[in-house]
Design a protein. Sequence first.
Length: 223
Amino acid sequence: MKKTGVIFCDFDGTVTENDNIIAIMKQFAPLGWENIKEQILGQQISIREGVGKLFSLLPSSKKDEITEFVLSQAKVRDGFHAFVDYTKEQGIPLYIVSGGIDFFVYPLLQGVIPEDHIYCNGSDFTGESVRILWPHACDDACGNDCGCCKPTILRRFDSSKYHKIVIGDSITDLQAAKQADEVFARDFLIEKCEENNISYTPFETFYEIIDQLSKRRLTYEHF
Ligand code: MG
Ligand code: ZN
């Protein structure tokens, strides 16, 4: 049976060139935030715990300043808009699965990706410090405490029907990459794919992904 292609694309460091959470922390967090980052990357603490801790370092009163800053510094990776158009032309559903936070993910994708195709974390600025909300937490099959659980989202798509393509750059994409049919990786995710024997195609711009997907369609007709 032919499988239908579906794409799950990370946001920070993938759609945008830099990681927006890291950019926010560099600009606003007190010293010590980097220890938390290292603990996340070293998998000593979960992503949910780490990201929650990072944002709890920031006072809610800085909401406008933080939002303005993050929107002003974010740069969308080359080819992303062409890639969105390509997926529409080809009828391949494109979901953004992001460990990023709603207050910057939604505005940066406004008019490009509809909100019902974006999975990300939420935020609450009503308390003293910023609190992150987790509307897409791990299901029973994931013990990774992801925060926004990419493998949980992928599991909702029947593997016998869907050819799942994961695009990402970091540790937060690893669990999704493990159950993908095809992975496009850059940066730290390349190392992690190699460590875990996951086959991947490296990329730097979305034009390369368009090229690769176009070639595969010629070879296999429809995945
Ligand atoms: Mg990322
Ligand atoms: Zn999970």
